[in-house]
Design a binder for this molecule. Sequence first.
Ligand code: DAV
Length: 367
Amino acid sequence: MTNTIVNSWNEWDPLRHVIVGRADDCHIPPAEPALDAKVPEDSDMRGQWGKRPQDTIDRANELLDTFARQLEARGIRVDRPTSIDHSKPATTPDFHTDSQFGCMPPRDVLLTVGSEILEATMSYRCRWFEYLNYRPLLQKYWEEDPNFRHEAAPKPRLTDADYHPDYLNEKIGDAQRLKWAEEKHFVTTEEEPLFDAADVLRFGRDLVVQHGFTTNLKGIEWLRRHFPDHRVHTVNFPGDPYPIHIDATFTPLRPGLILNNPQRRLPADQRAMYEKNGWEIVDAAQPAHNAPPPLCYSSTWLSMNVLVLDPKTVCVEASEHYQMEQMDKLGMNVIPVDLRDAYAFGGGLHCCTADVYREGTCEDYFP
Ligand code: DAV
């Protein structure tokens, strides 16, 4: 009998084993092209870098630990990464950064597809070595599960040729950003394949990938060739002036139902596969907050960055009462989870986790 540790084909089948990130040693990294393009122009983070304040790290860890215990109390196995020293500068033959990012959020780095966990290329220099935080776990899974495929996408060079210089301007303004997003002109060039794992959603045989700041078309083509048994779909959400990561934009809850950010609606010409197969795409409820918490990269739409535990059960951030109410109306059992004070570390409940095992097999939802 084989000991299957890794198996997850979609975002909603019953979750049995998950990785929850740690806030230990998280840094605000120094300026660099791809990261700067994402930091909101009016953000309190502009111009500063270094280790995050210890009291915020302790508070985020308290929340992540409590979330891990909540999951464990439901019988879900939880593993935690081993933080490397992110204060260390990182140098390759092609670039240098004076510090790294952190041990959060795992969803950006690890893409689980069936019995495989793939380390993404990443697109920020400060996150180039981030996979090292997860290597102790991945090595353990590899020892224990003879069918586990531990893969790493080709490490990118991340020279200046990877970034469009017009995004390096401090003040671009939302109107210009939205125009560029509409034209699919993002900060990353097509120099080499780039993707973050959090730009990918798994729907069984279909992978839906956002083309934006952190994932370029060559990255999507790389995924297509790497997963030859899947159909890989490129999506764009033109209403987003800072398009990174799909998981505060498009959130499948169960077969047939997806929440979509009402400011970043999927364009009509990209809806056919869902409509033909009877899937409903519903506008997500408004966030409960007008602004993100301090020192946060993400938008208030982390409200819809939920973790689905099974097709009837979803974890929602506890202050997001509009989102909780909507989930309830959509027939989901809602588990409130206090996480807002950890948002600054890279995201919400979906971001701060990475799937290891969900029940179920690879199904075709869009025949
Ligand atoms: O809306 O700022 C955050 C996604 C984080 N994984 C946003 C996207």
